[in-house]
Write a protein that binds this ligand. Structure first.
Ligand SMILES: [Zn+2]
Length: 249
């Protein structure tokens, strides 16, 4: 059982968009796990091996070990809605048994992000069906469906339903992003020039322009809730059950 399971298409998506909220939950005594769908091997910059090492570095900063982060090794750029992929994700959901599932929003410029949304939606439902049997390390798994589904956005923005104050986690969040030195340039963080693949082609999200935008977005969302920095989420579908309206306070 874990409080949060965050699922994303590529290693580094979690760091960019939700790592502040994950670390905040952990800082407040909760738990989280991460599931990356692909190894990001089709990325313009870096290789799957490089990104694997960068993920290990980011995990250290977030305070989790390899047992709390899985990679389903679905081909990058080819996240299909099929039985095999859905089955792997059902296994991961039943293994971690999260109370809250966090995954990509329904629309984005990158098809992998949209396909990840649909795959997680199907796996979320399927994971709760007792007729669908799965095993993990040779042992049968119990059906399990998380109560709450939250989505995060990538480049195509949404207006969040809720914003988490990540001011205390902001610097560590930047460090998790900087761990992916093959992918990003962060103006305010010194990256290791030995590992920084600055000679590689620029992408939409590799340069300072993107990072300044991302920081501005966190700053804007933070301002709205009276904090310095924030991460936004949308809830999916049905209303969230609240036992007492004071839970909102
Ligand atoms: Zn991505």
């Amino acid at each position: 059982m874990t409080d949060l399971l965050a699922i994303a298409a590529h290693p580094d998506d979690i760091e960019l968009y939700v790592s502040g909220s994950l670390m905040r939950t952990a800082d407040l005594g909760g738990s989280f796990a991460i599931c990356d769908l692909t190894r990001g091997e089709r990325g313009t910059r870096g290789s799957a091996e490089t990104r694997g090492k960068e993920t290990e570095e980011a995990n250290k900063i977030m305070g989790i070990d390899a047992s709390r982060r899985c990679n389903l090794e679905i081909p990058d750029g080819d996240i299909r809605l099929n039985e095999e992929n859905r089955g792997r994700l059902v296994q991961a959901i039943r293994h971690f048994r999260p109370r809250i599932l966090i995954f990509p929003s329904v629309s984005d410029r990158h098809p992998d992000h949209e396909n990840a949304h649909r795959l997680v939606r199907e796996a979320w439902f399927t994971a709760g069906l007792s007729a669908v049997e799965t095993e993990y390390q040779g042992r049968p798994q119990e059906p399990y469906r998380p109560d709450i589904q939250l989505t995060f956005c990538h480049v195509w923005e949404f207006e969040p339903d809720m914003i988490v104050d990540i001011s205390d986690q902001f610097e560590r969040k930047l460090a998790t992003i900087a761990a992916y030195s093959s992918q990003f340039t962060i103006p305010s963080v010194n990256t290791n020039s030995d590992t920084n693949c600055s000679q590689e082609p620029e992408t939409l999200i590799s340069g300072e322009n993107f990072m300044e935008y991302l920081i501005a977005r966190m700053r804007r969302w933070g301002f709205i809730i009276g904090a310095r920095y924030g991460e936004g989420f949308q809830k999916l579908d049905s209303p969230i059950k609240i036992n007492d309206l004071r839970d909102l306070l």
